[in-house]
Every structure is written in C-alpha cells, then in structure tokens.
Design a protein around this ligand. Structure first.
Ligand SMILES: [Zn+2]
Length: 179
C-alpha cells in the first residue's frame, strides 16, 4: 500500500492533518476514506507551548497597558487554569500569581501537571518567565515530583523542569518518600 498519503481535511483546532488513502487502490477514495495516520503539523503546539501561549494571551487582554503578570497551570484532564496575584493596599496580603490556579485545581480535584508564571514591566517590555518561588514549589509538591514548572533562565527561553529537579533535597525523604 502506498502510504504517502494525501491531505483531504485539516482540523481547525490544532491543524491536525488527516492522511487518508483508499484501502482498495492507491487512489484517493473520498467516499470511503480509511484513516491510517494522524500527523500533527508543524503548527501543533505541545503542552508547554500551549500553556505559555495561554498565559501570554491572558496577560495581553487583562493587562493591555502597564505591568502585567499571570500564572497558568495545566491539570491532568488538560484544563488550563489561569490566575493573577491579588491587588492589595497592604503588601503583607499579597499572594503569588499561581495560588488562585492551584486552589482552582484543588477545587476541581484534578492533579496539576504543569505550571508557569509570566510577567512584564509594561506593554513594551519583554515577557519574563518566573520560576515558582520556594513556597509555590512546595505547593506543587502536593502533586508529586513529576510536576513540571517553567523556570527562569538567563536566555529567558521556555524551559520546564520537574519539581524533583528543582528540589533535589526535599524534606519528604525523612518520611521515607522520594519526591
Ligand atoms: Zn510563589
């Protein structure tokens, strides 16, 4: 069978190309297509890119002018939950941008698989990826060492590390649990 395939349809959601070929001949049979493979195009976004694009898109709409920042977490079912830090008159009341999304995941009773936090000084500034602070890393520990968080780097590129990598000497070892 000729597996070279012919594109006959294109999914709108993520440009999923369906390569179909007739089972009876090497010619395209649009009446009785047999899907032999689903191939993600170059436009397909992986989870990490999708999470980044989601939080950046949100920042641009929520904070079109001036400072902007938000966090996004992805849950095991694929939900993307976005939250912001509360605006407070007393700095002591501040909370990390991630907290709202993490609480939402708890409310939904869904495990978090990925987390990202992004901010910029103003609408003309570069978007900066922020590693989760120590407290938020500890919050992510709830879902295990495999949870991945975007981390800051000198190049400011999109890099995810597992919580296990971020916390190699986690205290849970004294309880006999390897993070
Ligand atoms: Zn934090």
């Amino acid at each position: 069978m000729d597996l070279s395939g012919i594109v006959i349809s294109r999914g709108s959601a993520k440009d999923i190309f369906c390569y179909c070929i007739s089972a009876r001949s090497n010619r395209l049979d649009t009446e009785n297509p047999v899907i032999i493979a689903l191939v993600f195009s170059e436009n397909y976004m992986n989870i990490e890119d999708e999470l980044y694009q989601s939080v950046v898109g949100f920042i641009e709409s929520r904070y079109p002018i001036g400072w902007g920042g938000a966090a996004a977490v992805r849950t095991e079912s694929g939900k993307i939950l976005i939250s912001v830090a509360p605006e407070t008159k007393n700095d002591a009341l501040a909370l990390c941008m991630e907290v709202g999304a993490l609480l939402e995941a708890h409310k939904l009773n869904e495990a978090v698989t990925h987390s990202i936090c992004v901010c910029r000084e103003d609408e003309h500034s570069e978007l900066m990826i922020l590693s989760p602070c120590g407290v938020c890393q500890e919050r992510l520990v709830h879902w295990g060492g495999k949870v991945k968080a975007a981390v800051s780097s000198a190049e400011n590129t999109l890099v995810f590390k597992t919580i296990r990598e971020l916390m190699p000497y986690h205290w849970s070892i004294v309880n006999g649990e390897q993070l």
